[in-house]
Write a protein that binds this ligand. Structure first.
Ligand code: AQP
Length: 345
């Protein structure tokens, strides 16, 4: 058996519940990733045994520029660290560095019905937006996600609305496998974060802010400068009327209020009274400045970490080794149960 290092000692594995989550390095991360994922991940580190991956194998279901994918992978690690992910507390790794993800995904593919994957909303949506490349990987994305989760015997998986269907499939596959053979996988539960707003596009506030959006004016990137942030917020789409309030028919203003809430911690009632009687212009300037202040320390750390390739590589090596230690135990159980011949025995 391989040497187990300090991070994944038996104590940690057995006593704490395990959480797995990841972000695809399919672009530069946005303030949406901060609010919807990373802020929560940081809080979870003290209570859970956390595995945070950079989901590069998922990213290639959509065509990526190789050099960009490589640099974005390293940038994503630097952002995880800049936001407060601590490699001493959590296992931080790149998905493709742990071969067991692809290996278990193949096994799970053989336990998944075509109908189960074809009904996935994300597959249907991405098939429409990437008509030129509707590949098998896009189709079987949920089985790779199931492998990610089941390899680490995750108790909990933080999921947004768009991933609930995929998690349900992971649960079904785990139950199916356990039923055919014997208890092998823990059945993962969804973890619904207490906080974590969904940030919408600045120009089209009815759709999610996405890192791969071609229009950069829709996005506040974590490495945007103060000037860029203030300008993007200034030019964001607002709604008819002049009131600053949270309302379904005011998606633009509601989105800016959410950003202001994230940046300042003020609640919506406080924000409404702060800007009562003021115009959109004043409000947008205040939002832009507050968001810039909020992002600045993260951006500074990001730039520092991004330039320290050796440190990033060292963290990723250790993360891959920790992740492999856990993942390989699950995979060998699976291989044994399904009857793959092992040279060790
Ligand atoms: N705008 C957002 N608001 C709140 N949370 C968000 N997340 C992403 N965008 C927002 C959260 O980030 C995690 C996973 O991100 P991902 O990059 O792996 O996948 P995604 O949700 O598909 O993000 P993008 O930016 O839209 O990626 P592309 O453009 O490549 O498809 C999840 O926890 C998600 O909720």
């Amino acid at each position: 058996m391989e040497k187990q290092n300090s991070k994944t000692n038996t104590d940690t594995i057995t006593r704490r519940k395990t959480i797995l989550s990841g972000i695809q390095p399919s672009g530069k991360l946005t303030i949406g990733h901060l609010s919807g994922a990373l802020d929560n991940w940081v809080k979870l580190q003290d209570e859970y045994n956390c595995f945070y991956m950079i989901a590069d194998l998922h990213a290639i279901t959509v065509r990526q520029v190789p050099a960009l994918l490589r640099s974005q992978t390293l940038e994503t690690v630097a952002i995880y660290l800049a936001c407060g992910i601590d490699p001493k507390k959590s296992t931080l790794f790149v998905q493709s560095h742990v071969a067991e993800h692809s290996q278990l995904a193949w096994v799970l593919n053989c336990f998944t019905g075509m109908g189960e994957c074809s009904k996935m909303t994300q597959f249907k949506d991405k098939s429409k937006t990437h008509k030129e490349n509707i590949n098998v990987g896009l189709f079987s994305y949920p089985t790779l996600m199931a492998a990610d989760i089941l390899l680490y015997q995750a108790d909990l998986v933080p999921v947004g609305e768009d991933q609930k269907q995929h998690l349900e499939l992971s649960r079904n596959l785990a139950q199916r496998f356990n039923h055919y053979y014997s208890n092998t996988f823990k059945i993962p539960e969804p973890y619904i974060p207490k906080i974590g707003a969904r940030i919408m596009s600045l120009q089209e506030p009815t759709k999610k802010m996405s890192k791969s959006d071609e229009n950069e004016r829709n996005i506040i990137f974590i490495d945007d400068t103060r000037e860029q942030i203030i300008n993007k917020v200034k030019r964001s789409v607002t709604d008819s009327g002049s009131e600053i309030k949270m309302a379904a028919d005011k998606p633009g203003i509601s989105n800016l209020m959410t950003l202001y809430n994230i940046a300042t911690g003020k609640n919506f009632t406080e924000i409404e009274s702060e800007f009562s009687g003021k115009g959109y212009g004043d409000f947008k300037l205040a939002v832009g400045e507050a968001v810039a202040d909020y992002i600045q320390p993260i951006r500074e750390k990001f730039i520092e970490y991004r330039n320290d390739k050796k440190m990033l590589n060292d963290i990723l090596k250790e993360g891959a080794s920790n992740a492999h230690f856990v993942a390989s135990r699950t995979l060998s159980k699976v291989y044994k149960k399904i009857g793959l011949y092992s040279l060790d025995k």
